[in-house]
Design a binder for this molecule. Structure first.
Ligand code: G3I
Length: 327
């Protein structure tokens, strides 16, 4: 955190250890997180929003240290189709251009989600939701056809007890909306990897059991599904001990896994001891991905602490990323 960040230094050491790269001081002249990750066959990514593009300190780090980019908000339904049939890809296109300019890959986030969903969708008669969802997916995925590594097709579909979230899609179509969304996305871009993405599924629990059972059933039906995204919004010291075994049970079903929104929130002000614990949490996450064949990569949610969603949502918490407010 003083130079590149204690957690980042530890992450570099974790990535470098098995690649026989120098493990000394990480910094501008040292190997990037991106190159270390790529040398191990995984990616290291981040999320940025449109306004982040105006912050040159942020973009310098994003464009050099990360090899994968997720738009933080700009591909969500409220931005891309704010009213029925009226599409706006301008904000997301700017982020796609930034990624292309820096030879970064892209994760699309997200097509079907109860949140950041314009009210016209939730107000539709249930008989019209399927057509609206399919049109949304087809139009957005077609717009980015050939440009994205992966799509988070359905986001945050389960409640904590493993039941389906009763959002507009489930209420209209039942659980079959998930397979329908995946098939629609595959038809629009056969080359993008298709993911389901959720939080609090990193350890083995009722919610991850529900995701596991869904993936098993979708694969048995031949539904196109390539991976499961584990958001990994952790609390300091609470990376689940079952994380690795849980990822392994998913890859055993024939899907990839990815860590899609990593952060590790700390009670403020962050003490040195807390940041040391955070460094070991980040190390544990990276080592878990490296230890699981089929773990495609890791994305941190935001570049630095100043860009993180944590302080706004969890007052009194922050310092959740590998970079402090000065990058
Ligand atoms: O665009 C408006 C702006 O016009 C207004 O002035 C401002 C005032 O509050 O709000 C702006 O909208 C905010 C939007 O981000 C864009 O900045 C929303 O209030 C705010 O709620 C929204 O937060 C986003 C959040 O998803 C919403 O669910 C975060 O930036 C984004 O990081 C976060 O990302 C999610 C993932 O998509 C899914 N997993 C959880 C993760 C963290 O919540």
């Amino acid at each position: 955190r003083r130079a590149l960040g204690a957690a980042a230094v530890t992450a570099v050491v974790a990535l470098a250890a098995a690649t026989f790269l120098p493990t000394g001081q990480a910094g501008a002249a040292g190997p990037s997180l991106r190159s270390l990750a790529e040398a191990k066959g995984i990616y290291f990514g981040t999320a940025i929003t449109q306004s982040d593009l105006n912050n040159s300190s942020l973009t310098a780090v994003a464009g050099s240290q990360f090899g994968m980019l997720t738009p933080g908000n700009e591909m969500k339904w409220d931005t891309t189709e704010p009213s029925r049939g009226s599409f706006n890809f301008t904000p997301a296109d700017r982020i796609v251009s930034f990624a292309q300019d820096h030879a970064m890959k892209l994760r699309g986030h997200t097509l079907v989600w109860h949140n950041q969903l314009p009210s016209w969708v939730s107000s539709l008669p249930t008989t019209q939701v399927k057509a609206a969802m399919e049109n949304h997916i087809t139009t957005e995925v077609s717009h980015y056809k050939g440009k994205l590594y992966a799509w988070d097709v359905v986001n945050e579909l389960f409640n904590e007890d493993g039941s389906y979230r009763s959002d507009a899609f489930f209420n209209a179509m039942g659980s079959g909306y998930v397979a329908d969304a995946l098939r629609t996305a595959r038809a629009a871009d056969p080359d993008a990897k298709l993911y389901l993405n959720d939080y609090n599924i990193e350890g083995q629990n009722a919610k991850s059991d529900a995701m596991y059972n869904l993936v098993k059933s979708l694969k048995a039906q031949g539904v196109p599904l390539d991976g499961v995204g584990f958001q990994a919004h952790f609390i300091l010291g609470q990376v689940p001990s079952s994380f690795k075994a849980n990822l392994q049970r998913f890859t055993a079903l024939g899907v990839n896994v990815a860590i899609t929104e990593l952060d590790d929130r700390v009670q403020l002000p962050a003490t040195g001891a807390a940041l040391a614990q955070q460094a070991s949490d980040y190390t544990a996450v990276i080592n878990t991905c490296l230890a699981v064949p089929g773990c495609a990569g890791i994305t941190q949610w935001g570049v630095g602490d100043a860009d993180s969603w944590i302080p706004g949502t969890f007052p009194g918490y922050g310092a959740a990323t590998m970079y402090d407010a000065n990058y």
